[in-house]
Structures are given as structure tokens and as C-alpha cells.
Design a protein around this ligand. Sequence first.
Ligand SMILES: [Zn+2]
Length: 102
Amino acid sequence: MNAADATCDACSRALGRSSFTFRPPGGADGVTKCLRCAVRHWPMLRRSLIASLVVGTALTALNQGDAIITGQLSGALAWKIPLTYCVPFLVATYGALSNSRN
Ligand SMILES: [Zn+2]
């Protein structure tokens, strides 16, 4: 197939200048997706969520553990703790997209 005729495996839209190929473990053929479908690729999102839970929990314990243990919770924790979980999610997702970009 000519590269100009390549289409997204998920939505069949013509791939623009950026396409992403996700390969399952074991070296099997992967799927090639456009950016809009790549950011919704469930196996990648699942790995990013796991990284977010592990790293976000560790960072929250390190940074806010004393406030949580002593019960001195401030209103600022309402945005600091969710943001602490968002950062590793975004980093893992960006890394996965960068590695799968064609
Ligand atoms: Zn697509």
C-alpha cells in the first residue's frame, strides 16, 4: 500500500502526517491509528492509568503524607492530590505516543 493511501485501522480516516502504530507484546502485527484514535487506544490508557495509580500514590504519600496522617487537610489538597495523579498519567501517555509515532 502506498503511504499516501494509508488509513486509520480504527476509523478508516486517511492518515495525515502523523500516525501511530501500537504493537502487542510478542511481536505480532500492530494497529495503525490516527492521532484522534491513538489517544483513545485502550491498552495504552490502561498502562497509563496503572502508572498513574502507582506513581501518584507514592508522590501523594511523599508530599502530603504528613497532612493526611495528622488530619490537617487543607482545601488546597483538593486540587494538589488529583494533579499529582494527572502528571504521571500524562507523562506515561506522552511517552507511549512518542514511542509509537511513525
Ligand atoms: Zn482514526
